[in-house]
Unconditional design. Sequence first.
Length: 76
Amino acid sequence: MESLIEILKNLKPDVDFDENTELIKNKIFDSLGMISLVAELSDEFDVEITAEEIVPENFETVKSIYNMIKRLEDED
């Protein structure tokens, strides 16, 4: 979880990801930000995040992103 929060903070240093739970609803990441986030997550965690995975449910909160990464790691 720490490395995930570090990635998020590197992409959006002005956001407090420990408290901000609604990343999509609060428009923390736009479409370009999402592309950067997916690329960073794929590199850091060595997972393939397909287009089918890029849905609001998987990116709404830090916890939902973490859960998606863990699920993708388990599928390998």
